[in-house]
Write a protein that binds this ligand. Structure first.
Ligand code: 5GP
Length: 189
């Protein structure tokens, strides 16, 4: 996606710890036109897979997930982050270490919002070590639903989770894959 790569090069900042800051268009201020183009590209890739639900995790995945859900004409659900929630009969839960906040979170989703006959497209802003995507995949599996694909705005390819997911047969579509950020120089795959 050339338009996203351009935005990353023009507006992204490489922070210590291999964090790419894109607060001006994706994570804090939202460039709705750019997000809409991203949603269109994701729809174009997955449109014929019978998707019935878009799934993400709060907070930064929600904006793009909502736009993608609108394209598919389905609902978006988001897993909430909780440090304390005990698993009871009404929720699915999966643990996930936050790459940016360095804390362990429990992702929870009320069971009533995911059914065994759902075909789920997981959408998120970043893929780094894959903790968030694997936790969402875990929740999808707990529900008996089908994981039909994963769509990511920015995959940090050098962290390996993307290739691992592809190797496991997950249909992963990333709009931009950053292969290195050494010396603050962003290089794409
Ligand atoms: P993972 O779970 O794949 O290790 O990390 C993905 C999650 O961490 C994303 O949901 C995103 O919120 C956050 N994240 C990981 N790497 C980055 C990054 O370089 N920049 C930003 N802004 N968020 C990131």
């Amino acid at each position: 996606m050339e338009f996203l790569k351009r935005a990353i090069l023009e507006k992204g900042k490489v922070l210590p710890g291999n964090v790419l800051k894109v607060g001006s268009f994706l994570n804090n201020q939202l460039d709705v036109k750019l997000l809409s183009q991203m949603a269109d590209a994701i729809y174009e890739y997955f449109y014929n897979k019978g998707i019935t639900k878009i799934m993400t995790v709060e907070a930064s995945g929600i904006a793009i997930a909502v736009l993608v859900a609108e394209r598919f004409g389905v609902s978006a659900v988001f897993a909430k982050k909780s440090k304390t929630a005990n698993v009871d009969g009404d929720i699915y839960a999966a643990d996930c270490f936050s790459y940016t906040h360095k804390v362990m979170n429990r992702l929870i989703l009320a069971k009533e919002y995911l059914n065994a006959d759902d075909k789920v497209l997981v959408v998120d802003d970043f893929l780094a070590n894959g903790q968030a995507v694997y936790a969402l995949k875990d929740i999808v599996e707990q529900s008996g639903a089908t994981l039909s694909g994963v769509a990511i705005a920015i995959e940090k390819g050098f962290q390996g989770a993307g290739d691992k997911l592809r190797g496991e047969g997950v249909d992963l579509f990333s709009l931009a894959i950053v292969d290195s950020m050494d010396d603050c120089q962003i290089k794409f795959r």
